[in-house]
Design a protein around this ligand. Sequence first.
Ligand code: GDP
Length: 297
Amino acid sequence: MAFEGLAERLQGTLDKIRGKGKVTEADVKEMMREVRLALLEADVNFKVVKQFVNRVKERAVGQEVMKSLTPGQQVIKVVNDELKELMGGEQSKINVADKPPTVVMMVGLQGAGKTTTTAKLANHLRKDHNRKPLLVGADVYRPAAIDQLETLGKQLDMPVFSLGTEANPVDIAKQAMEEAKANHNDYVIIDTAGRLHVDEELMEELENIKAVTEPEEVLLVVDAMTGQDAVNVADSFNNQLDLSGVVMTKLDGDTRGGAAISIKAVTDTPIKFAGMGEKIDALEPFHPDRMASRILG
Ligand code: GDP
């Protein structure tokens, strides 16, 4: 499970302060020294760790808590609150266009889980929001990506629009919009092409698709297992495409969790969903508070 090592270390550290009736500045300092190391070891971005530690210290040592020699529980609450804030604070929900269809562009590098997540998201929208999505296969580069999406569409009994691998992705997107209007689909979820690395050609294509479809959501799919690389990828995509959200996949794996904790702070883009397995229903809305509680116990 994700965050296992981090959770264990942080819980051990916090346990030492939990029962204290009085918390001194030295106690907080010692605790935060350990918290800092635990976060760094979990591959959280070092700047993010620094800011986090400073914020907690300020609040825990500041008037708010120390004036009345506050018990350990209160210090732990500060850590919990700040961890939740770090991961985005309130839950960020998926956007809905004023006028349907709502277009969602799924972007990301190959292997991150983009195609799988496209189908998972459609399933979630139908199951939990009573929507009628159209899936669009516009990943014309990865061999079998379109076939994979079509298979998933069949499994879900949901329409998939595609024009094969010879068509231009911008044309596919344009025609998909017409198809959605004709069939009254209220969401259009476009599985765009990924590459092995971020490159100009990819970004240009994505910008063009964005220009013709005017998406309400540009969701970057990143693999939590890739750690700080995921954060760097998010930074590049965000600079080019102005992302509206991130889907962090493979949080069911034994990732240390650094990417999930850092990505909002580094890119100012919230995680909207978490991929929790390979199955089609293994996608969950991302709740920063629940995630913080899971880490801190
Ligand atoms: P794409 O190249 O980004 O379209 O990647 P795919 O959708 O084909 O996914 C790559 C692999 O990751 C597949 O084997 C998926 O089953 C797997 N995968 C996707 N999301 C998750 C997830 O949340 N958890 C796990 N364990 N595997 C996932």
